[in-house]
Design a binder for this molecule. Structure first.
Ligand code: AGP
Length: 617
């Protein structure tokens, strides 16, 4: 999830690009760059000798801005990019824009090119030279290869060749006033003004220059000049589109019109889950080369150890359940802060997995170093390319949820759960512990999980209503069994983090061994109880707490008629497979916690006493 901005018109574009990138920094901030069509002499005297000037830097936008302060770059047509790395470390060489061999074409891209490895080999054989580790760099070379007529038709040919997601924007010194853009899946908008036209991955980037925008649909291409906007459909036919007016202020625009980053990120989960499956679930097959394990090593695996903190620990608990259920490999899960001091045993044929969205959590880092000192091979599951944990691990599986700004982990959690499902499936397949039908059933169900999450998000108002009726309570118990337990624990953590109300996530069967003493008329019990094999068990636990006058809110599967006889409030989620319910049940719990905290006037993006990444012990 990177930030893209482009401009062509009668204004100088350098500052427009930098200001735009600063507005898009929440989309990615590990490296940035611009490319401007400037006159060879650097002065824009009618572009007698146009050439592309590229300036890019690793790190925050201000580093690029400082660098540009000392450079005189004149030009009215240019592109800018702020990166959230997916392939290749965050460094200057991997930063965008990327050039073709002649330096005549510059490209910026947001997304993932799934078939980049084979395209790269193909282009290398044809003499193209590559200087970065990115998937994106195949694009300028493909444009160079197809650029016989003009950049637009080259782009349309390119779209037929690549597999992947994202948006692509390109300029060429041979067409110095034109910007060519293409949308595959990720957002791209056109900004229209009398001083020129813009392309951006998000409205905030250019809102200070225009309030008139045009959206672009999947697989459409666009050609912009200073006074003309042309849009072409998938077949290359021109399409007409009328601009719409946006009356947002800049800050709310960065949140995409959502009140908080947390809410925006909750609504980005279908995208995060889809992008995390992309390139790993291909045509019903699982591709997990990133694990760097041979089939023999995979088959020989006797145990898996997972360590993590906070929300990532709850993803690890779900991982344990599906890996043991599908792959029949014993899994041990530890809190990182405990693991590092308990003199852990690191055995032969044991895979060590560290889950951390930020990749910087000190307890997890120290636990990794402890395990490595005892001979463990480390697989990191992280959302940040180039993070310390990524650099210190033997192999890395990236979640592709995009940067998470809100302190509360939401979209990175569901992306982590997807990785746990894929790891469970992968080893089940490699060890021959799963039948073809079951394997196919799970894969086809995973493919529609993003739609099922969206269906839940579309009914957020129901959860707001339940929160409006229960936010004044002072004690919350989240109950679950088996796959519902980690979701219950995560629910309690979310509520604690942002509402500051005491909450516990508990195994429902444990209630009568103590915590039931807590329940009275001041208590809300949230039951995570999808239609799985333990449904009846948890229903009777809910009836036990109901008898002690607690207020009951249950998350159940559509079609459930029984629970509403006991519960005060019920929210129904779509049906799915027993093992996959955790990723659906967590969504209503996130929204419920969010609305309770909002009703209490809390700052949900920066809750008290918490940091997005805990880098102290
Ligand atoms: C979750 O909402 C919290 N931000 C916190 O518990 C977090 O999950 C924990 O600090 C672990 O962070 P990590 O995944 O970046 O390692």
């Amino acid at each position: 999830m990177c930030g893209i901005v482009a401009y062509t018109g009668n204004m100088k574009c350098k500052d427009i690009l930098i200001n735009g990138l600063k507005r898009l920094e929440y989309r990615g901030y590990d490296s940035a760059g611009i490319a401007v069509i400037s006159n060879g002499t650097g002065r824009n005297t009618g572009l007698t000798n146009p050439e592309i000037v590229v300036v890019k830097e690793a790190g925050k936008i201000r580093i690029l801005e400082d660098e540009l302060k000392n450079l005189k770059i004149d030009g009215n047509c240019g592109i800018g990019h702020t990166r959230w790395a997916t392939h290749g470390e965050p460094n200057k060489a991997n930063a965008h824009p990327h050039l073709d061999c002649s330096g005549n074409i510059a490209v910026i891209h947001n997304g993932i090119i799934e078939n980049y490895a084979e395209l790269r080999e193909e282009l290398k054989k044809e003499g193209h030279r590559f200087i970065s580790e990115t998937d994106t760099e195949v694009l300028p070379h493909l444009l160079e290869k197809y650029n016989d007529k003009d950049l637009l038709s080259a782009m349309q040919k390119l779209l037929k060749k690549i597999k992947g997601s994202g948006t692509i924007v390109a300029i060429s010194a041979s067409q110095p006033k034109e910007i060519i853009g293409a949308r595959i899946t990720s957002p791209l908008v056109i900004g229209v003004s009398k001083n020129g036209n813009f392309l951006a991955s998000d409205i905030p980037a250019v809102l200070e220059y225009t309030k008139n925008f045009i959206t672009i649909n999947d697989f459409e291409t666009v050609r912009l000049t200073g006074d003309k906007v042309e849009i072409f459909d998938r077949e290359g036919k021109k399409v007409k589109r009328v601009p719409f007016r946006v009356n947002w202020d800049i800050v709310s625009a960065e949140k995409g019109g959502y009140e908080d980053f947390m809410l925006k990120e909750i609504f980005e989960q279908p995208y995060g889950v889809e992008e995390t499956m992309r390139g790993r679930l291909i045509d019903g097959k699982l591709n997990f080369d990133e694990l760097n394990l041979s089939d023999k090593q995979a088959r020989r695996l006797r145990k898996i150890q997972i360590i993590a903190c906070g929300t990532s620990y709850h993803a690890a608990l779900i991982g344990k359940q599906v890996i043991e259920r599908w792959a029949k490999i014993p899994v041990e899960v530890d809190l990182s802060s405990e693991y590092r001091y308990r003199s852990p045993l690191v055995e032969e044929d044991c895979l060590f997995i560290a889950i951390t969205q930020s990749g910087e959590t000190i307890d997890t880092l120290a636990a990794i170093r402890e395990a490595k000192s005892r001979g463990a091979k480390i697989v990191a599951v992280t959302n940040v390319v180039g993070s310390t944990v990524a650099r210190e691990s033997d192999s890395v599986i990236y979640t592709h949820a995009g940067p998470e700004i809100g302190v509360c982990a939401t979209k990175t959690f569901t992306a982590q759960i997807i990785v746990m499902y894929l790891i469970g499936l992968y080893f089940a397949w490699k060890k021959g512990n799963i039948g073809e039908n079951k394997f196919k059933e799970i894969i086809s169900e995973l493919k529609i999980i993003p739609d099922k999450i969206q269906a839940i998000l579309d009914r957020e108002d129901e959860l707001k209503k339940i929160a409006d009726k229960t936010y004044k309570y002072t004690c919350f118990l989240f109950l679950g069994r088996v796959f519902g337990l980690p979701a219950a624990m995560e629910g309690a953590l979310k509520l604690k983090e942002i509402s500051y109300i005491h909450a516990e996530g508990y195994a429902a069967g444990e209630m009568k061994h103590g915590p039931i003493a807590l329940t009275d008329e001041k208590t809300v019990v949230v039951g995570i109880m999808p239609a799985d094999t333990v449904y009846e068990k948890i229903l009777s636990n809910i009836q036990e707490v109901k008898a002690r006058k607690a207020t009951i809110f249950c998350i159940v599967t559509e079609g459930d008629k029984k629970t509403e006889k006991t519960a005060d409030y019920v929210f129904k989620i779509p049906k799915t497979l027993e093992e996959l319910y955790a990723i659906l049940t967590i969504i209503p719990v996130q929204l419920y916690s969010y609305y309770i905290a909002k009703n209490l006037g809390r700052n949900v993006d920066q809750p008290r006493n918490l940091a997005k990444s805990v880098t102290v012990e």
